[in-house]
Design a protein around this ligand. Structure first.
Ligand code: TRP
Ligand code: SF4
Length: 404
């Protein structure tokens, strides 16, 4: 049994929808770029998930994958810090998905809120398919395959992570029980040495009797350091902390990003499908044009009419991009009709252009060298596969599928 420190491991995935916009950058990529220096990160382009809804237009997916990869790289997701890869290049995702499908109750899948919501929202597509129903299970496989403890996602994805937790729990419950587990765990405690054993026991007790999560963390950290026992025993002691069996697949937690959702050009959520996005690779001229066309406070029909930033979709962008001083200038100038809307938009246009400039420089390098992008993704897939294979060895063994 191989050992992974799941509390240090992060996995996230994004559906390949093509070029990314400022909403992705502010809400997701900036967070990933920070996490990649603090954790062992796996970032996956989930092309099979795209197929669950786009199976009638498969021609676009590969271009979308490349566009997204270029934008990740240009934004600063770094192949030397994180593992970037395409889901379908790691076939182990499919194997784990299949194996988990054996134990996943249909009712759990039908109950996931996104199932009915998406069917209603995308009613022009026939989503009465096996693949679409299995979407959350494929996502669970993505996560559990890497034994990732932390999954950075938006609030909309929390039910999917909760679902993955339940699947992991069920799997561990069914297959993590070995004969004589408790005796083996107790024997392993004795091998820890007196001091460590005492600490382990007291932390375990604090967690099991009082739900003390900090105690659980301390005990885990303690075990991490231990050198004197076998990996098998270590696994047992991790499992024994929380319950009655080995933890074959650790339960993941969502890691919610704190950045507020970015509003688009019309004040609604920024999304490609809402046609209100500024794309990371929009040229300075396009950025300028898009912002100049943004609607403003409807009360400002004429230049002399005072306005209220709270009613203007330009204002949230100022709050994100502009200095305190500029924000005050906007507040003051808008409510007194001291500035016009085009004046107001000027510093914003500049701030966004400035932010995008270095990113667009990098994007050009990758656009001009698609082979480089492909090789980064291929190397990522190799690294990911190495981890995925390790997990599947344990999973196959737990299911009695280790023929040799
Ligand atoms: N369902 C996610 C979304 O729509 C994408 C996704 C697929 C994902 N697999 C994942 C996210 C694994 C996090 C972890 O955004
Ligand atoms: Fe909006 Fe600025 Fe015009 Fe006020 S001055 S309505 S904040 S664009």
């Amino acid at each position: 049994m191989s050992f992974v420190d799941s509390q240090r491991r992060v996995l996230s995935g994004m559906r390949p929808t093509g070029r990314l916009h400022l909403g992705h950058y502010q809400g997701v990529l900036k967070n990933w770029i920070k996490l990649q220096h603090e954790y062992d990160c796996f970032f996956c382009i989930v092309d099979w998930h795209a197929l669950t809804t786009e199976y009638e237009e498969v021609g676009l997916i590969s271009q979308h994958v490349m566009d997204m990869a270029v934008d990740w790289l240009a934004a600063g997701v770094s192949p030397s810090s994180a593992t970037l890869f395409i889901q379908s290049q790691v076939p182990e995702h499919a194997e784990l998905h299949l194996l988990l499908s054996m134990i996943c109750p249909l009712s759990w899948l039908e109950r996931v809120p996104s199932y009915k919501e998406q069917q209603d929202q995308l009613h022009h597509k026939d989503l009465d398919t096996y693949g679409f129903l299995g979407y959350p299970l494929l996502q669970a496989a993505d996560i559990l395959l890497y034994r990732a403890g932390l999954v950075p996602v938006g609030a909309d994805q929390v039910p999917h992570i909760e679902f993955a937790r339940e699947v992991a729990r069920r799997f561990n419950h069914l297959y993590g029980r070995e004969p004589g587990f408790e005796e083996k765990a107790e024997a392993a405690i004795l091998k820890l040495g007196k001091k460590t054993a005492k600490l382990y026991n007291s932390r375990r007790k604090a967690f099991q009797e009082k739900g003390d999560v900090e105690a659980l963390d301390t005990a885990r950290a303690l075990l991490q350091e231990v050198q004197s026992i076998t990996l098998g025993d270590k696994e047992r002691l991790f499992g024994y902390l929380e319950g009655g069996g080995k933890i074959l697949l650790p339960e993941p937690q969502p890691l919610l990003s704190t950045s507020p959702r970015l509003a688009g050009l019309d004040g609604n959520k920024m999304a490609k499908s809402n046609n209100n996005a500024i794309f990371l690779r929009d040229t300075p001229a396009v950025v300028e044009d898009k912002i100049k066309r943004m609607p403003t406070d409807p009360a400002r029909v004429h230049r002399a009419d005072p306005g209220d930033p709270a009613r203007c979709p330009v204002w949230p962008l100022h709050q994100l991009y502009s200095s305190e001083e500029t924000c005050q200038w906007v507040q003051q100038g808008c409510s007194s009709a001291g500035i016009g809307c085009l004046d107001c938009k000027g510093p914003l246009i500049e701030a966004i252009q400035t932010e995008l400039k270095p990113l667009q420089w990098r994007a050009v390098e990758y656009e001009e060298n698609p082979e480089l992008v492909r090789s980064i993704l291929a190397e990522g897939a190799e690294r990911a596969r190495d981890e995925a294979r390790e997990t599947l060895i344990d999973v196959r063994q737990a299911l009695g599928l280790n023929y040799r």
